[in-house]
Ligand binder design. Structure first.
Ligand code: GLU
Ligand code: MG
Length: 448
């Protein structure tokens, strides 16, 4: 009966907004956003059980549409992509189309390899520790103009340049309008440091909505840019000499509607539980990076002195640390920022794995060491070692090796998801490890 009711409400809202197609979306292990669209006239056939997709979809690397055999997946096997109707949204940039997030199901149960179900499991794991996670992905992206030889940035302005705002106002306003039309509150905007690079931050939300918003954000920015005859790219490093694209995760921990982070007695004004959560992230970081900076290209961005989180440490207002604790003008810190993340990461897997690492920190009381109040890149190696600040993995191959040894993360992912995810990463590493940046950009610019 309840289903019939939802069915009716959904149908009415689709009719009111003149929708022809509903896209059911998923995000694969290479972080490509994909969808199958159902025509509204046929929706009742797909309403409850969604559409079928090949299980092999979760075994595809970023280079081509073919399954990596080592994923354990192949041409045989079908799963259902079941709409989460609560996420239904008409697309302001594609009139007549709506989007709904899909959960992957096998025999009516969440499929072991479903990224969104993995995040849901991690949310439940946090709940069983009495914790609710709030967060937001903070994206940087380049706006590029197409020329016969390739692409060039839309401007040559610097960080927070008001000229940059003027040059790009139309497309930026259109992006903001489209995000707001999809119920995503826009917080701040500024041109970032790179020429043609921009940052738009959005309001935090509970973990599932936070990850869904990351999908919507990428979809929206790219589609609106396209409508303005531009290419938008979140690729971590596009130009060797200019800033990379980060996608920092901002996070806070809550219990009974109360933010657990601020504690006037604590180190940096943070509670012990927050410090242990950060301790867990830093403890697992070399392995976690296979999930949060998962592309071969990611490691070009993670360089010292680039504010990208290339060092395993934390600190108050320290933009070179993997975890920055932003000071608050009126209270103790209310959230932290994890910087070793980029938008080539599947947001469900990345956020879920960060939660898993943080929870491990809380359960084991892991300590992140002393907060660091200087640029680790300026320290001689011996001094860095004394302070326990590691340089993080320098390439995807190393991060894969770390993840293969991290049984905590592998077990939380579960054996099947771990196998498929690692095999996809490995295939990408082997295919691209010797590539020049220009080759990566050619393949990946529009994928991410
Ligand atoms: N572009 C930097 C990165 O790669 C971040 C700069 C900043 O916003 O702090 O993460
Ligand atoms: Mg930024």
């Amino acid at each position: 009966m309840a289903e019939k009711h939802i069915d009716k409400t959904v149908k009415k809202s689709l009719k009111d907004t003149n929708i022809n197609f509903v896209r059911i979306l998923w995000c694969d292990n290479a972080n490509i956003i994909r969808g199958k669209a159902v025509h509204v006239g046929m929706l009742s056939h797909y309403f409850e059980h969604g559409v079928g997709i090949s299980a092999g979809q979760q075994g595809i690397p970023v280079m081509y549409d073919a399954v990596v055999p080592e994923t354990g997946l192949g041409p045989v096997g079908e799963i259902r992509l079941v709409p989460d109707w609560s996420s239904l949204t008409p697309l302001p940039y594609s009139p007549g189309h709506a989007r709904v997030m899909g959960n992957m199901a096998l025999a009516g149960e969440p499929w072991a390899l479903c990224p969104r179900s993995f995040l849901l499991r991690m949310i439940e794991a946090a709940q069983s520790e009495g914790l609710e996670i709030q967060g937001a992905f903070e994206n940087e992206f380049y706006l590029l103009r197409k020329i016969p030889e390739g692409v060039v940035p839309t401007d040559s302005t610097v960080f927070a340049s008001t000229q940059g705002m003027d040059f790009n106002r139309e497309v930026i306003d259109a992006i903001a309008d489209a995000l707001i039309a999809q119920n995503i509150p826009v917080e701040q905007y500024y041109p970032e440091s790179g020429p043609g690079q921009h940052e738009i931050s959005v309001r935090y939300a509970d973990a599932l909505l936070c990850a869904d918003r990351q999908i919507v954000f990428r979809e929206t920015v790219r589609a609106i840019a396209h409508r303005h005859n531009l290419t938008a790219s979140f690729l971590p490093k596009i130009f060797p000499e200019t800033a990379g694209n980060g996608c920092h995760i901002h996070m806070s921990l809550w219990r009974d509607g109360q933010n657990l982070l601020p504690d006037p007695q604590g180190v940096c004004g943070l509670s012990q539980i927050a410090i242990a959560f950060i301790g867990g992230i830093l403890y697992h970081l070399p392995a976690l990076m296979a999930l949060t900076t998962p592309s071969v290209n990611s490691y070009r961005r993670l360089q010292p002195h680039s504010w990208s989180g290339a060092f395993r440490c934390w600190g108050l207002d320290n933009r070179e640390a993997a975890v920055r604790v932003p000071s608050d003008p009126v209270s103790n810190p209310t959230h932290f920022e994890f910087k070793t993340v980029d938008a080539s990461a599947n947001p469900y897997l990345a956020l879920g794995a960060v939660i898993a690492a943080g929870l491990d920190g809380v359960k084991q009381g892991l300590q992140p060491g002393d907060p660091i109040a200087l640029d680790p890149g300026h320290l001689p190696i011996e001094e860095r070692n004394l302070k326990g600040i590691d340089r993080l993995p320098a390439n995807l191959g190393d991060a894969i090796v770390h993840l293969k040894q991290d049984t905590t993360l592998l077990n939380t992912l579960n054996p099947q998801l771990s196998q498929a995810f690692l095999a996809v990463r490995q295939a990408e590493w082997e295919a691209m490890k010797d590539w020049e940046l220009a080759e990566e950009v050619k393949l990946l610019l529009e994928r991410y």
